[in-house]
Design a binder for this molecule. Sequence first.
Ligand code: PMP
Length: 352
Amino acid sequence: MSRFFSEKFTDLEAYVPGEQPMDQQYIKLNTNENAYPPHPAIAEAVAAARPLNLYSDPECLEIRKTLAGRLGVKPEELVMTNGSDEVLNFAFMAFCDSHIPAVFPDITYGFYPVFAHLYQLPYREILLQEDLTVRVEDYLNAAGTIFLANPNAPTGIALSREQIESILQANPYNVVVVDEAYVDFGTESCIPLIREYDNLLVTQTFSKSRSLAGGRLGYGVANPEIIRDLETIRYSTNPYNLDSMTLAAGKACLENDDYNMANCRKIIITRKRTAAALEKLGFEVTPSSANFLFVKHPALSGEEVYRKMRERGILIRHFSVERIKDYNRISIGTDAQMEALVAAARDIVVSC
Ligand code: PMP
């Protein structure tokens, strides 16, 4: 830390992303990317993007229109961001302050507490139940801005739309942010509720179901007033938050969305098969609706499983957080990658 760093950040613990080794020596199952490459039309669209000597379109008009058509909403119900991390960042800025705490589960996406610390916001963590599910009753009259990943990460466990709706109804004076980063792998989206609930903000991303993690494209969906608040923050931060190549890639990606949704269906099948194979080896597997599994083995520590997988050339994600330190999160790769994962797991279990 330099001697110039503002005092307010001296205790800030930054978010730690999963490892991104730049060589291909690992089977990489640690950051929930999509195992399938983006549609080939995307490379062509990027090559033909708006000339880079010009600024990108700050209104993101074309992609907003295309995405609005795809989601069945209006362009003014959408804000486009640099990954969904950015719309979440904007939501913490826009809808929390010293009187309005952020409220989220104790086990959830690790960026939420980082944003709360960054903006020096009060926040309240609500314990997940023993079985790692969210207890809906704990979020009724939460007296703060609620952030719920649905399905949750890293557990993969989802709430139904009806359960989220009861949280929306019980918190009419606060925004409820539903982070749907993994929604396309088998969870009901809350987007159809945005016209009924003016306190709902749904966030989604192209990183997982649309194979564009490196493109950094996310968005928020809400009633136009919430969107205008987020636009005020966006224009006060970086009106050119999306570059022309990403805007072109995103549009081409949506024009080939059948390809993306077919990949999601493949991933769901691979997830089911992998979960069953790991359960046969004695692993406990949470019921995941995401493109990852959250698993632990009664005879092995989470750290041990992580280390032994790494020795066998497989990267998975271990969290040192006390309550989940015996678990690992395993992204769903191709069938061949998951067969290698299951073979390594068998080897590790047999030799323990
Ligand atoms: N929400 C959750 C629950 C996530 O796991 C992630 C991925 N790390 C994100 C949001 C953000 O992803 P992105 O910025 O790539 O859209």
